[in-house]
Design a protein around this ligand. Structure first.
Ligand SMILES: NC(=O)C1=CN([C@@H]2O[C@H](COP(=O)(O)OP(=O)(O)OC[C@H]3O[C@@H](n4cnc5c(N)ncnc54)[C@H](OP(=O)(O)O)[C@@H]3O)[C@@H](O)[C@H]2O)[C@H](O)CC1
Ligand SMILES: Cc1cc2nc3c(=O)[nH]c(=O)nc-3n(C[C@H](O)[C@H](O)[C@H](O)COP(=O)(O)O)c2cc1C
Ligand SMILES: Cc1ncc(COP(=O)(O)O)c(C=O)c1O
Ligand SMILES: [K+]
Length: 469
């Protein structure tokens, strides 16, 4: 059995027989119920879709569900997609009279998700939907598709006939097997559906080797090692806590075509804080609440006396009325430039909120030695040693020198002993003279509000103006 499991690269592909056996083993000796596996499968499908097609752009989803478990996966996926912010519709023409399936239907009905009969579907699916989930047939498909699925499959094949230059055609996402394809041979006649995305479940089936669309995902982070061992399955690592993982090549796309259409709430003069620091804190809190990774990462741009700019990321470690603070090596390239020209600019980009705080511009000073000292000792011991080891921005012969010195220092400063802050390490503080807050909007008509200081009646106030996007 094991020898017949096919590999392409480092991933195993299952035959139809093996796929059914794995299923039986999961649901027999390994104690899974079909409900559980279907829930995990449907959730994997929904998360895979969300990785590639965001609900802001691809909102209307039609899940076309077949009579078997593949159809059940489609019903579960539709429910999760609803909760992820999509608008799902379901076409489920051959309902299975089992409590599992009627339960799934009830759950969808309770969310007011419309069920459309085959007759209610438009001839041309491209107008009403952004995503078509093909959950008609999975690994038990055999022979030629019978009605009404033959026509439904034709609708998916014919989609491109309706493609109009101005309209983005809906994408097809196939669950486990592109419906109508032979489970092992693939699209034998070459005239079957051509999904944009395939979400293989448990392990890809042989037909997946013939999939040439841009997005191949594997879902189902539930395969116990016993199954993987028994079938000598080589499966990829799932990232983080994700239910799915991209397999196969990442899409080869034309970089010039990469673009987002930003959709955000309005950002108006009336809503902003009078003090840009308060506005910054508000946006920083939003970035924290949105769970963005390292919202304190900022690009720092400096120029030396030659006037040639350089940028690099640093971490914001404090912000108050006196300015924005970060820590670094005082003998680094940025330090040299700052000693030649104290003017610098900071830039934050908060992807996920479509926001950047651009041009926090101002002059820079070193922070006090006590402040550097205090921050240095708050860092993990490893980072403290790292700061001693790294003669930042100098040329070194290889990684080994860093590790060698690190090991020596680790021995020198055992356990609790104080690691002295090197003289060449400390903080800088930028005192802002200008701020700009930018929020992305559709058609590149973004909001840009700029703060600059102004004297009014001998008092310094912040003037706010709107800039053209
Ligand atoms: N561990 C896993 O991998 C899991 C997989 N899941 C999903 O389940 C499918 C396999 O489900 P299964 O119910 O075995 O089969 P299908 O969904 O492929 O469909 C079977 C039904 O389709 C009918 N059928 C078959 N061929 C035709 C045809 N040519 N025309 C019309 N109808 C057809 C079949 O009827 P028969 O009368 O022919 O028997 C069945 O009614 C797998 O691919 C995954 O998507 C689980 O959800 C989770 C675990
Ligand atoms: C997210 C991120 C945060 C960083 N934070 C710092 C930092 O706080 N301090 C620092 O010295 N380098 C930091 N670095 C490394 C710098 O980007 C840079 O490589 C280093 O400071 C040397 O820059 P320079 O040669 O221009 O002086 C960070 C890098 C990244 C990607
Ligand atoms: C070289 C260097 N120094 C300092 C920092 C800031 O890190 P910490 O939070 O440890 O101060 C970083 C962060 O990436 C860094 O790469
Ligand atoms: K399918």
């Amino acid at each position: 059995m094991a020898s017949s499991v096919q590999n392409q690269g480092s991933i195993s592909y299952l035959t139809q027989r093996e796929a059914a056996e794995v299923d039986e083993t999961l649901m027999g000796p390994l104690g899974f119920s079909v409900d559980q596996l279907m829930e995990l499968a449907g959730l994997s499908v929904a998360t895979s879709i969300n990785e590639v097609y965001k609900p802001s752009e691809y909102n209307r989803v039609l899940a076309i569900c077949g009579p078997g478990n593949n159809g059940g996966d489609g019903l579960v996926a539709a429910r999760h997609l609803y909760h992820f912010g999509y608008k799902p519709f379901v076409c489920y023409p051959k309902r299975t009279q089992k409590p599992l399936y009627s339960g799934l239907v009830t759950q969808l009905e309770s969310l007011s998700i419309p069920f459309l009969s085959v007759d209610e579907l438009p001839m041309d699916l491209s107008k009403d939907f952004d995503i078509l989930v093909d959950a008609m047939f999975g690994f038990s498909f055999h022979g030629a598709p019978r009605p009404p699925f033959d026509d439904l499959i034709k609708k998916l094949i014919n989609l491109h006939y309706y493609e109009q230059a101005q309209r983005k055609p809906p994408v097809i996402v196939s669950v486990d097997i592109p419906s109508g394809w032979h489970v092992e041979e693939g699209d034998v006649g070459g005239d079957g559906i051509k999904p944009d995305m395939l979400v293989s479940l448990t392990a890809p089936k042989l037909c997946a080797k013939k999939f040439s669309g841009p997005h191949h995902f594997l879902g189902g982070r539930f395969v116990p090692p016993a199954i993987a061992e028994k079938y000598k399955l080589q499966l990829p690592q799932y990232p983080g806590i994700s239910m799915c993982v991209r397999i196969g090549k990442p899409p080869q796309i034309d970089i010039s075509s990469l673009r987002e259409n930003y959709i955000s709430p309005e950002f108006l003069e009336e809503q902003v804080e009078a003090d840009p620091l308060d506005q910054f804190r508000k946006w920083f809190d939003d970035a924290m609440a949105a769970n963005l990774k390292e919202p304190n990462a900022m690009a720092l741009s400096t120029t030396g006396k030659d006037g040639k700019p350089s940028s690099r990321m640093v971490l914001l470690k404090g912000v108050d009325k006196d300015g924005f603070v970060w820590f670094t090596n005082y003998e680094s390239q940025k330090a040299r430039q700052l000693s030649e020209n104290p003017h610098a600019a900071l830039l934050f980009y908060w992807d996920g909120l479509n926001r950047q705080v651009v041009r926090v511009e101002g002059s820079v000073e070193k922070v006090s030695d006590e402040e550097s000292e205090q921050y240095f000792h708050s860092r993990p011991r490893g980072s403290q040693l790292g700061a001693i080891v790294s003669k930042q921005s100098t040329v070194i012969p290889g990684r080994h020198v860093l590790h060698q010195q690190y090991k020596e220092l680790e021995e020198k400063y055992s356990k609790e002993s104080l690691i002295p802050k090197p003289k060449y390490w400390g903080g800088y503080r930028l005192k802002p003279e200008r701020f700009e807050f930018w929020q992305g909007q559709p058609s590149r008509l973004h909001d840009r509000l700029e703060y600059s200081p102004q004297e009014t009646d001998g008092k310094r106030v912040w003037k706010i103006v709107r800039l053209a996007p």
